[in-house]
Design a protein. Structure first.
Length: 352
């Protein structure tokens, strides 16, 4: 068709000499339109290809998928985890794969670093308690032990309670969330409102001859970015492509802006006799003591075994989150997650 039109235009310019130059302009414009049209036709498959790859990447990411589809994490676990990964997540073997070559811990200022647990600077339970000895002494004089006695049915939990702020892969840190930090010891910090209960829990552990070591409490944005990148890189070093590495990393740790560590409400706790963050820690004396007693001081085991399809994070027996004593008692006694607690109790709507 282009050739026929071009032939007619040339014939017209030859028959009528006075139209030669105007026809040359018409021919020039016509050829330009033809070339531009061909360019667009050739470009469309490329645009479709790029869009297809982008959609596949988003849908294959466990971080992006729930956000895009707004899925029910409890009813549609198959959309979050591939069948061949679910068993690994529930057994905690993914944690062991990731930590096989290196251990990672937050130094409180410079983000995550690989380290030898025998060389890294840590603070013992005695050092932490000694730094706060004056406070603990005065606290003991006021009241030796607080008891928790309240009718569960009468409890009202509201969404604006800072202790219950829901932060996970589907719920980023709220823009208006405000908090102040205080020092645990050295470079370690946490939300100042949880320090009292944290110290009381550490003192109780010492009284029971349980040696606890805190690592990775409050993290800066840079710290969270660093740890996530290290998780991705660790999987890529094992031969996985970036997309698969990103997906697995997002099931082990959270993307910056979606981590409870960034608001000082969560901390990792291990012990001198088991200085590896893996599933086996849950079977140590320290791991068992924390699981049994943390709720007395307002803490919960944030990522329990068997709840990976809800939290989208593998079993982490070392990761504890502060929610307040009332909520912690319910969560730990019922064996539920913070996500499930929100569904059943927040805003006073108790659902069986």
């Amino acid at each position: 068709m282009k050739d026929r039109v071009l032939t007619k235009l040339i014939k017209v310019s030859k028959k009528r000499k006075w139209l030669r130059y105007p026809m040359l302009c018409v021919i020039f414009v016509f050829l330009g339109v033809c070339h531009f049209g061909r360019f667009l036709v050739n470009l469309i498959p490329r645009v479709i290809g790029v869009a297809f790859v982008a959609v596949i990447f988003l849908l294959s990411s466990s971080f992006a998928l729930p956000v895009l589809l707004d899925i029910d994490m409890e009813r549609k676990p198959e959309l979050v985890f591939e069948s061949d990964l679910e068993e690994l997540l529930q057994t905690g073997e993914l944690n062991e794969i990731l930590l096989e070559d290196e251990e990672i811990v937050d130094d409180g200022l410079n983000g995550y670093e690989t380290y030898d647990v025998n060389e890294v600077e840590t603070y013992s339970l005695d050092e932490i308690l000694l730094e706060h000895e004056e406070y603990l002494t005065s606290r003991a004089e006021e009241e030796t032990q607080e008891t928790f006695q309240q009718d569960e049915e009468s409890m009202i939990f509201t969404a604006d309670d800072w202790r219950l702020v829901l932060i996970n892969k589907q719920h980023p840190i709220p823009n208006d969330y405000d908090f102040s930090l205080t020092t645990i010891t050295g470079k370690m910090q946490c939300d100042e409102r949880i320090l009292e209960d944290l110290l009381l829990m550490l003192q109780a552990a010492k009284n029971d001859n349980v040696n606890l070591i805190i690592c990775s409490p409050y993290r800066t944005d840079a710290s969270q970015e660093s740890i996530f990148e290290k998780h991705v890189r660790a999987y890529m070093n094992k031969g996985l492509n970036y997309m698969d590495s990103f997906k697995l990393a997002s099931q082990e740790t959270t993307v910056p802006g979606y981590s409870e560590h960034q608001v000082g409400l969560s901390l990792d706790i291990y012990t001198a006799s088991h200085m590896t963050l893996d599933a086996a820690y849950g079977e140590t004396a320290a791991g068992r003591w924390l699981a049994e007693n943390c709720s007395d001081y307002g803490f919960i085991l944030r990522y329990p075994k068997g709840k990976e399809y809800i939290t989208s994070i593998g079993y982490e027996p070392w990761h504890f989150r502060y929610v307040g004593r009332e909520a912690a008692k319910i969560i730990m006694s019922e064996g539920i997650t913070l996500e499930e607690f929100w569904e059943r109790y927040v805003n006073g709507q108790r659902q069986e």
